[in-house]
Design a binder for this molecule. Structure first.
Ligand code: ADP
Ligand code: MG
Length: 260
């Protein structure tokens, strides 16, 4: 069965895109068939996968508006070993135009229905807002991965997201669950980070991934080479953490496939 994971947090700059492309590459490296969907008009997951967002004739925008199929816009990541449905700034228009359309919350879900079974994992890189694009992501997903920085306001923002997930579960997607909370850009020398991290474990228990993503400059450099750090510099600490996360995601979901 395909596992569709929305990588979501309405805060910007918490590591959603970095997590999406590196987790995708980590899962692909362990033999999983992976599709990334770029749901952010910034197109960072697209560029970070080595697909030039400026040269695309059709994108996720066209898919959401029913003007193209997922198969027809699908591209291959340059080095990550996964496929991607790419996006660029045009997608911001979908946010506005979809409001007028029927089934506006379920358009991604139905668009993915036709391709999802070709993959073991579909990762949805959500934009930094609880908007209609993120809502489409939450409705299409089986579970949510929440990347977060262990900062003072992190827990406050988290309750908004958890409430949104609860509402979507009640109204539109009864199967939706939190897959896990991921601590990103972690600096163990920072006392506040340690405190927030401990609070997170207290509140969310086993929902917090054991894997912690350290702050690592190689993770920030890799996108400018159009590659996930997992491929660009597999030996760096950040890449290794994301490979470990892929292993943890596989173990948790019981999705570890026997080696062929
Ligand atoms: P989001 O998608 O949530 O907005 P990004 O994944 O784009 O967040 O990350 C925000 C910025 O921080 C980017 O410049 C990214 O390269 C950088 N970054 C992300 N994770 C790390 C990390 N673990 N260590 C260092 N820099 C990181
Ligand atoms: Mg992003």
């Amino acid at each position: 069965m395909t596992r569709i994971l929305a990588v979501a947090n309405q805060k910007g700059g918490v590591g959603k895109t970095t997590t999406t492309v590196n987790l995708a590459a980590g899962l692909a490296a362990s033999g999983q068939r992976v599709l990334v969907v770029d749901l952010d008009p910034q197109g960072n997951a697209t560029m970070g996968s080595g697909v030039d967002k400026r040269t695309l004739a059709q994108t996720v925008y066209h898919v959401l508006l029913g003007l193209a199929t997922a198969e027809s816009i699908r591209a291959r990541a340059a080095s990550g070993g996964f496929d991607i449905l790419p996006a660029n700034r045009e997608l911001a228009g979908a946010e506005v135009e979809m409001v007028e359309l029927e089934h506006r919350e379920t358009r991604l879900k139905f668009a993915l229905d036709r391709v999802a079974d070709q993959y073991d994992f579909v990762l949805l890189d959500c934009p930094p807002a609880l908007n209609l694009l993120t809502l489409n992501g939450l409705v299409a997903a089986s579970a949510v991965v929440i990347p977060m920085q262990c900062e003072y306001y992190a827990l406050e923002g988290l309750s908004d997201l958890v409430n949104t997930i609860r509402k979507v579960k009640q109204a539109l997607n009864p199967a939706l669950e939190i897959a896990g909370l991921l601590r990103t850009m972690f600096d163990p020398r920072n006392l506040l980070s340690q405190q927030v991290s401990a609070q997170l474990e207290q509140h969310f228990g086993a929902k917090v991934y054991e894997t912690i993503i350290p702050r690592n400059v190689r993770l920030a450099e890799a996108p400018s080479y159009g590659a996930p750090a997992v491929n660009f510099d597999p030996s760096c600490k950040g890449a290794q953490a994301y490979v470990q996360l892929a292993t943890e995601v596989l173990k948790r979901g019981g999705f570890e496939r026997a080696a062929a």
